[in-house]
Design a protein around this ligand. Structure first.
Ligand SMILES: NC(=O)c1ccc[n+]([C@@H]2O[C@H](COP(=O)([O-])OP(=O)(O)OC[C@H]3O[C@@H](n4cnc5c(N)ncnc54)[C@H](OP(=O)(O)O)[C@@H]3O)[C@@H](O)[C@H]2O)c1
Length: 318
């Protein structure tokens, strides 16, 4: 069944929290994996899933920082994983698969934003490599566990995708690096990834969703000098989050909803926001959101999948 990119009316909204959307949902016996699950929105996602009974696996590039952040949350475990390093992805996945555990939920939340130009691996642009290619490799390698668990995979995209389609002629910004366009391209890639994963995964019982979490002040903004926050409209003059910004608990809600809501049984391949399926964007205002056509284009999603398979050498699912 093809799921339409239209609101369904869920009873939840922009102010709902991760705890709200899990009310009455028991995740006992489910293993969930949350990349970036020790910081910002990921931390609230981990907290809510664990409180609902899931065992939450948190792979982190700084395991000791992740252990510190999660030490008071029972039902969590930390493993080493650097998404910028495909060998690290391979070794984390091999260890996870050896454990024989099916995965019921995978939330691809780790990410970087607006970094100075950074090259990783064979010279790849860091936003595209960490936010997209690392998660692409993770899913390719975890496929047996995802299929065994009939998993929902949630790709944390962003309204940041409004600023750019995939730059097909120069994905790695060999020229004209721009930190916001690099972030935007990677977030369009996150949305296209979920679209195509859903198409390929449905027969295996794996469904996928992309999510815009809202705007939330977290460590993600670390590369933007504080003095720019006011000019960007992120904070009020007294330093409080601007109108329209969410708390981290509200920011985690849409991903947790997409990962668990019975309303999405039998559905997938759509971009969500505010705990519902999003509508096509009717404006350029990112706070209003919606999804731009280049982030829901099946042809682009297929092209990106092939390109990512070629770059990573991973084609378990195609
Ligand atoms: N906050 C917002 O307003 C907003 C809006 C739209 C979308 N999003 C998306 O939401 C997601 C979570 O963002 P957040 O706001 O929660 O930011 P955050 O607190 O900075 O969390 C990002 C996480 O990603 C991890 N990470 C970064 N590079 C990694 C790598 N190479 N390997 C493994 N993990 C890595 C970070 O680890 P370290 O702690 O080691 O850095 C951190 O745990 C991101 O995908 C972001 O694009 C956020």
């Amino acid at each position: 069944m093809i799921t339409k990119q239209l609101r369904i009316g869920t009873g939840f909204g922009a102010h709902s929290t991760a705890e709200d959307v899990l009310s009455g949902i028991d995740l006992t016996g489910t293993t969930a994996l949350v990349t970036g699950g020790h910081s910002g929105l990921g931390l609230e996602t981990t907290r809510a899933l664990a409180r609902a009974g899931a065992q939450v696996v948190v792979p982190a590039r700084r395991p000791s920082a992740a252990e510190r952040a999660l030490r008071d949350i029972p039902g969590t475990e930390v493993h080493a994983l650097d998404l910028a390093d495909l060998e690290s992805v391979r070794s984390f996945c091999a260890r996870f698969l050896e454990s024989g555990r099916p995965l019921g939920i995978l939330i691809n939340g780790a990410g970087v934003m607006a970094c100075p130009e950074t090259r990783v691996g064979p010279g790849w642009e860091a936003h595209f490599a960490v936010n997209h290619l690392g998660h692409f490799a993770l899913v390719q390698r975890l496929l047996p566990a995802l299929a065994a668990g009939g998993a929902r995979v949630v790709s944390i995209a962003s309204a940041g995708h409004f600023l750019s389609d995939v730059r097909w002629d120069d994905i790695h910004f060999r020229t004209g690096y721009d930190r916001w366009l690099a972030y935007a391209q990677s977030k369009t890639a996150n949305a296209l990834f979920a679209l195509h994963l859903d198409r390929l995964g449905t027969d295996l019982g794996v469904r996928a969703f992309a999510v815009h979490p809202g705007s939330i002040l977290t460590p993600l903004q670390r590369h933007i000098p504080r003095e720019e926050w006011l000019a960007l409209g992120w904070v009020t003059p007294d330093g409080k989050p601007a109108d329209g910004f969410k708390t981290p608990g509200q920011g985690a809600a849409t991903a947790v909803w997409a990962a668990t809501s019975p309303l999405l049984d039998g559905h997938g391949g759509v971009y969500c926001q505010d705990c519902d399926i999003a509508e096509p964007a009717a404006t350029d205002d990112m706070l209003i959101g919606g999804v731009k056509p280049w982030a829901t284009d099946p042809g682009s999603a297929s092209r990106l999948w092939e390109l990512s398979g070629g770059l990573t050498g991973l084609n378990a699912l195609r």
